[in-house]
Design a protein around this ligand. Structure first.
Ligand code: GLC
Length: 667
C-alpha cells in the first residue's frame, strides 16, 4: 500500500470515528450536515477524500488554525446563550464536516479572499437582483443569460428565494419548507452548483437568501410540531391559550398589519397558537433552543458550500423574542449573528453576510458589529433609499444631504448596498425629527409621499400602489418600479415624448447619484431597460392581495433587445447606465473606502457629493428638479473634467439642466 493511500485510509477511519461520536452526542435529534446524512458512512467528504494527501493535510491545518483563532470567543458566546457544551462540541465537529465537504475551488477562493479582505469594497462591484423564473425561467436559464449579466456590467447577482416553498403560501419564496431543496420548477441543487461555478468563471458573485427567522408551516419540523411532538414544538413558539400571545401583542408591532394582522395564528387541529410575525404560514423559529441554532447553522453552511459568495440573512432583527419587548433588535440577535460570522470565518471565510435590517439608522448600524468583532459584512442603505424618493417628491435635498453626511462619517469598513428599489415596498422611514424642525409632520408627510407617488398631486408623474395601508395608524408603504416612479409608465401611456425624455433623465440621474454613494450599487433586473409596473398580479388570486408583485414582473426580453437602439426607451436607459457603470469601474475614487462628503450648493434642489482617493477627486452634481438650476459651489483647487463629455470646466457656478447631473474629476 502506498503512503498516500494509507494516509487516506487513516483519515477515513478517523472521520468515521468522529461521526460515530457525533451521532452519539446528538442522539435525540437529527444532525444532517451533508446531503447523504441518512448514511453516516457516506458523509465523509467525497471531494476531500479524493484529493491528494498533501492538500488534505494542509487543509486540515487551515481549518485547525481558523478554529484555534476563533474557538474561545465562539465557545464563550455559545455557552453564554445556551450553556450546553455537548451541543457546542457537536457544532464544532459538524463545522469540520462542512469544511471537508467544501469544494477545493471554493477553498481556494476563500484563501484568496482572506489575503484580499477588501475584495468586495472595490469600484468594480455592481449587483443585480431577480427572481429566477421572472428572469430566465429556471437556474439553467440564468446560466444561459450570464452573458447578458456581463453586458450589464454586473458582477454580483442576487437570486431571489428559490428553495422549496408551498405553492400559494410562499411569500415570494420567503416561507421555506426545505432548506436543502430547490423548487422543482427552477431546477436542482446540482443546477445551482453548476450556475455558481459558471458564474465564478466569469467573475460573477452569487447571493442567495437565508430565511432564518421562520420556516414554512410545511417544513418537516412544523409538521411534526403540529402533530404535538414536543421536541419539534420547542423549535417554535407554541401556546395552548391566548394569555401569553396577548402579552406579546401588547408590545410587538405588526409587520403586515393589513395583509396578515397579528403576530400569532390559531391552529385548530393542534389546539395551539403559534407565533407568526409575518404571514400565518411562516412560523417563527425559537432560537432559545440550541437545536434550532445548530441545525440552522448547518443549513447555512450547506448552502454556502453550494458556491454562494453572499448570504442574505432575511429579517434578521426579528430572530430573538422576549416577552415585554418589541421583539426586534434584541442583544441576543447580535450574539447569534456574531457566532454566525465566526462560523463562516472558520468554514467558508470567502462568504459574505448581508443583513436585511430595514430599520432606522441607529438600529441598522449595530448589525455591522464592531471593527474588532464584526457581524454582517454588508447592510442595506435603507434610509438613504427612502430619503432619495422623499427628495424626488419634494425637490429638496436637505434631508438627503444630512442622511449622506451621517453615512459618510461611518467607519470605512462598513459596506452598504445601495439601491433605488428592491422586491419589497418602500417604507417611509425618514428622519422625522429633522423634518419636524422644518415644519413637516410625520403623518401628513407620509400621506403626501403616498399621494405623490400614486400620481395624485399636480407635479407628479409617478405611478404605483400603496402597500399595507393601516387604517388604524394611517400608515402605508409604497410599491412601484423605478421607471414607473420616474414617470416612464405615464409618459408611455400618454405617448408624451417630452414627458418621456424628462422621465428618462430623472431615472438616469437617480442611477448616477446612486453610483456616487459609497458601497455596492444593486439594480433590480428590468430597471436597466426601464421596465414599468406589472399589473397582471391582480389576476392571480394568490398574489392579488400583495401589491409588492406590481414591481416583481417578468423580464421583457423582447424589450431588452432594444438596448443598443438609441431611439428607444430601453436603449437610452441601458446605454446611459452602461456609460456610468464603466466610468465607475475606471475611476478609483469610487472604491467603497474612499473619502466621501457632501458640498453645499445653495440651491435646495441640487445635491453635490465629493469623493477622494489617493490623489483623485470627484464631484457629483445632481439636479432633483424639473427646472434648470445652478449649483453655487466654488471649488478653487483648479480645473475639472466633465467625465461624460471629456470637456474641461471650473467647478464653480455650474449650470445643471433639469434632472441633469455631472461627474466632475479634478484635472
Ligand atoms: C424580508 C423579505 C420580504 C419577506 C419577509 C418575510 O423582509 O424581504 O420579502 O416578506 O422578509 O420573510
Amino acid at each position: 500500500m502506498s503512503l498516500k493511500s494509507s494516509k487516506n485510509k487513516k483519515k477515513k477511519q478517523m472521520t468515521k470515528k468522529k461521526q460515530a461520536a457525533l451521532v452519539k452526542t446528538s442522539a435525540k435529534s437529527e444532525v444532517k450536515p451533508l446531503k447523504e446524512a441518512q448514511n453516516p458512512a457516506e458523509t465523509s467528504a467525497p471531494i476531500a477524500a479524493q484529493a491528494p494527501a498533501k492538500i488534505q493535510a494542509s487543509d486540515g491545518e487551515v481549518f485547525k488554525g481558523r478554529l484555534e483563532r476563533l474557538h474561545d470567543e465562539l465557545r464563550w458566546l455559545y455557552m453564554e446563550l445556551y450553556g450546553n457544551s455537548s451541543m457546542f462540541a457537536e457544532l464544532c465537529d459538524t463545522m469540520g464536516d462542512f469544511f471537508r465537504e467544501r469544494k477545493q475551488e471554493l477553498k481556494e477562493l476563500d484563501s484568496q479572499r482572506e489575503t484580499r479582505p477588501n475584495w468586495y469594497k472595490e469600484n468594480d462591484m455592481l449587483g443585480m437582483m431577480f427572481y429566477i423564473d421572472n428572469f430566465a425561467g429556471d437556474l439553467s436559464g440564468v446560466e444561459e443569460r450570464l452573458s447578458y449579466i456581463e453586458q450589464c456590467n454586473v458582477n454580483y447577482i442576487h437570486l431571489m428565494p428559490f428553495l422549496e416553498t408551498p405553492k400559494g403560501r410562499s411569500d415570494g419564496g420567503y416561507a421555506v419548507s426545505d432548506f436543502r431543496k430547490v423548487q422543482e420548477n427552477l431546477g436542482s441543487m446540482e443546477d445551482l452548483e453548476r450556475l455558481t461555478a459558471a458564474s465564478h468563471k466569469k467573475g460573477i458573485n452569487v447571493c442567495m437568501d437565508f430565511v432564518m427567522n421562520h420556516t414554512s408551516e410545511d417544513h418537516e419540523w412544523a409538521k411534526k410540531a403540529r402533530k404535538g411532538d414536543g421536541e419539534y414544538m420547542s423549535r417554535y413558539f407554541f401556546f395552548d391559550s391566548y394569555d401569553v400571545p396577548a402579552q406579546y401583542e401588547s408590545t410587538v408591532p405588526q409587520v403586515f398589519p393589513t395583509t396578515a394582522p397579528g403576530n400569532f395564528t390559531w391552529l385548530e387541529d393542534a389546539g395551539h397558537y403559534v407565533m407568526t410575525s409575518f404571514y400565518p404560514y411562516q412560523w417563527d423559529l425559537n432560537y432559545r433552543n440550541p437545536r434550532v441554532f445548530n441545525e440552522m447553522m448547518y443549513n447555512f453552511l450547506y448552502l454556502a458550500n453550494r458556491g454562494m459568495d453572499v448570504i442574505r440573512i432575511d429579517a434578521v432583527p426579528y430572530i430573538w423574542k422576549e416577552l415585554g419587548t418589541q421583539c426586534r433588535n434584541l442583544p441576543q440577535v447580535h450574539t447569534i449573528l456574531r457566532m454566525m460570522r465566526i462560523i463562516g470565518e472558520i468554514v467558508c471565510p470567502g462568504v459574505l453576510l448581508l443583513g436585511e435590517v430595514v430599520m432606522e439608522p441607529e438600529k441598522v448600524l449595530p448589525y455591522f458589529g464592531t471593527v474588532e468583532k464584526p457581524e454582517c459584512h454588508m447592510l442595506y442603505n435603507v434610509t438613504t433609499m427612502a430619503t432619495t424618493w422623499h427628495t424626488v417628491a419634494t425637490r429638496d435635498v436637505r434631508l438627503l444631504k444630512r442622511q449622506l453626511d451621517i453615512v459618510n462619517a461611518l467607519p470605512k469598513e462598513y459596506v452598504f448596498l445601495n439601491y433605488l428599489r428592491c422586491h419589497d415596498d418602500i417604507g417611509w422611514g425618514l428622519d422625522y425629527g429633522t423634518l419636524m424642525s422644518q415644519g413637516i409632520g410625520e403623518r401628513s408627510h407620509k400621506q403626501y409621499l403616498n399621494d405623490y407617488f400614486q400620481g395624485y398631486t399636480g407635479e407628479s408623474n409617478s405611478r404605483g400602489e400603496l402597500y399595507n395601508a393601516d387604517p388604524v395608524t394611517g400608515d402605508a408603504r409604497f410599491c412601484g418600479t423605478t421607471a414607473s416612479m420616474c414617470g416612464i409608465e405615464k409618459a408611455g401611456f400618454e405617448q408624451d415624448a417630452e414627458g418621456m425624455e424628462k422621465a428618462i433623465r430623472l431615472d438616469v440621474m437617480l442611477h448616477a447619484y446612486m453610483f456616487m454613494q459609497s458601497g455596492i450599487p444593486v439594480l433590480y433586473s428590468g430597471d436597466e431597460i426601464g421596465q414599468v409596473n406589472d399589473y397582471s398580479y391582480k389576476e392571480d388570486p394568490v398574489k392579488a392581495p400583495d401589491s409588492r408583485y406590481i414591481h416583481r414582473g417578468a423580464m421583457h426580453w423582447e424589450l431588452a433587445e432594444n438596448n443598443s437602439d438609441p431611439d428607444t426607451v430601453e436603449g437610452k436607459l441601458f446605454q446611459s447606465l452602461s456609460r456610468l457603470e464603466k466610468l465607475r469601474k475606471e475611476e478609483k475614487a469610487f472604491v467603497s473606502y474612499a473619502n466621501a462628503w457632501t458640498v453645499e450648493t445653495w440651491d435646495p434642489a441640487i445635491l453635490c457629493i465629493g469623493r477622494y482617493y489617493e490623489g483623485e477627486k470627484l464631484l457629483g452634481l445632481f439636479n432633483f428638479s424639473e427646472y434648470d438650476k445652478t449649483a453655487w459651489i466654488n471649488e478653487t483647487d483648479g480645473e475639472y473634467i466633465d467625465l461624460l463629455s471629456g470637456q474641461k470646466m471650473q467647478a464653480a457656478g455650474v449650470n445643471i439642466p433639469a434632472y441633469g447631473f455631472y461627474y466632475l474629476k479634478k484635472a
